[in-house]
Design a protein around this ligand. Sequence first.
Ligand code: TTP
Ligand code: MG
Length: 389
Amino acid sequence: MDELSVIHADMDAFFAAVEMRENPDLKGKAVIIGGKSLSNRGVVSTASYKAREFGVHSAMPVAQAKQLCPDGIYLPARHELYKEVSKELFFLLKKYTPLVEKISIDEAFLDIKGCQRLYGSPLEIAEKIKKDVKKNTDLTISIGLSVNKFLAKLASDFEKPDGLTVIKTADIKKTMADLDIKKIWGIGDSFAKKLNELGIEKVKDIWPYSLEELQKRFGRAGVKIYYLSRGIDDRVVESKNEIKSISHEETFAENIEDAEQLLAYLFKMSEKISFRLHSNSLSGNTVFIKLRYADFKTISRQKSFKFSLDSTKNIYQIAQELIKKDNLFAEPVRLLGIGVSNLHDSQQKQLNLFEAENDNLDNTIDDIKRKFGFDKISRARKLYLKNDE
Ligand code: TTP
Ligand code: MG
């Protein structure tokens, strides 16, 4: 448990750094990356460290950034380019261990247990990764090295940019004592406010509370903060790269002709897919459908998007559009399938770790009903799917 075996690696000012690499004239300047179209009504994706000195940060409205930093260089985001660099990064990281857990486009955990013989001590491995990334991508990465995921992530932030921070077991207490509670992974503004009301501002303020008391007050989130505030985190590094798509299909006992009934199945399958995406912290850019007709003729359709999706609502709506476009329910259907591919980790899930259990799914279903008046769907589901679940 005490072994320095987890690395958290996170590129510095990623989108801005890539732009600066592409155009060296930008180096050292206040560079602010907006959305794809860089509209004043959009938000900042990221800002170079120079721009951060003016108070500009991710998710800030571009208009506000322009007030704080009028002389900054504002550029639209070039996602395809950043994705390519990200691929290179993950290729490099996977040289050191197969256990690489992608958290976002520029961020990953590595379990380096067992890599020592090949690459040296944990610290040497961290140093090698930094050099390797710099040499191959001409970009800097910050690394945290510690005994678990939580501490490694905390550490990678300490000396950004181009940082390398180690938190050993013996240092946990003094490292954490005076940190703001928001540094605890997953404590967002609303949870922090509740804790502040109890006079809890710093991590050490949590320590006097017993596990039972925190659990009583905050449920599961209370248990988590009890442990994390002490630097205890037993989550393992999980590489999820194997999952290429999430899909669901059903061969019906009898061919179905009724479009409403088919739509009801489609909706139910969309719900299942959305649930599985959420459970795996994944979202995808492509929705595909598959149909097999009575004569075994099998067809598929797909549609890809720049944005990623994971909600029942979006999946269902896109599938329904694909069906409508070519009138695919015009003849009896033997098999119906739907899926989402081009998957990647959805960062959002991580951020919501401690927020109230999100009832996205229910909200989504309600939204759909409100927006599209899907009474028919509900009726269809009740009528046709009553044996299911
Ligand atoms: P981060 O790693 O959170 O930020 P960063 O790499 O720009 O800066 P840092 O040095 O603090 O790590 O996110 C990686 C990229 O993801 C970032 O460059 C742009 C994008 N992003 C958004 O588009 N919107 C956001 O709100 C955030 C936080 C990031
Ligand atoms: Mg980063």
